[in-house]
Ligand binder design. Structure first.
Ligand SMILES: [Ca+2]
Ligand SMILES: [Ca+2]
Length: 133
């Protein structure tokens, strides 16, 4: 009789173990919630190598104090001193700087704005750092 009870308890423990496994899988929705939040924040300020949003581009989701280690998509060239147009798809204004470390001449980009040619702003091929406001 005692042995039978022990077996029953053992089976109950196994069942409990099986039930306990379920909450582990429940973690998945949490992960997707984080992913959707990330995609909301995925808006970027894009700079383009040529006028009219052409050529290679590079997107910034946050401030960057040195463009020398940022490359144009599909190219091995640094974007430093190479941007000729820009599109700010974010809901934050941003400032492009001629110098690294947010120094030198500045170019102000309003939120949700675009500029097909930075030449008439005296800022063609100058951007070296970017700060979101
Ligand atoms: Ca950088
Ligand atoms: Ca520069």
């Amino acid at each position: 009789m005692k042995r039978a009870i022990a077996t029953a308890v053992g089976i109950a423990a196994l069942c409990a173990g099986g039930v306990l496994a379920a909450p582990t899988a429940v973690a998945a929705p949490g992960d997707s919630a984080v992913a959707s939040e990330a995609s909301v924040n995925a808006a970027k300020l894009h700079i383009y190598r040529h006028d009219d949003y052409k050529g290679g581009y590079h997107g910034f989701a946050k401030s960057d104090r040195d463009f020398t280690n940022n490359l144009w998509t599909g190219a091995a060239n640094s974007v430093n001193n190479g941007a000729s147009s820009m599109r700010n798809k974010t809901s934050r204004a941003a400032v492009l700087y001629d110098g690294r470390g947010f120094t030198g001449r500045t170019y102000y980009a309003k939120k949700h704005s675009s500029d097909s040619d930075l030449s008439n702003n005296g800022f063609d091929n100058r951007a070296s750092s970017l700060r979101f406001l």
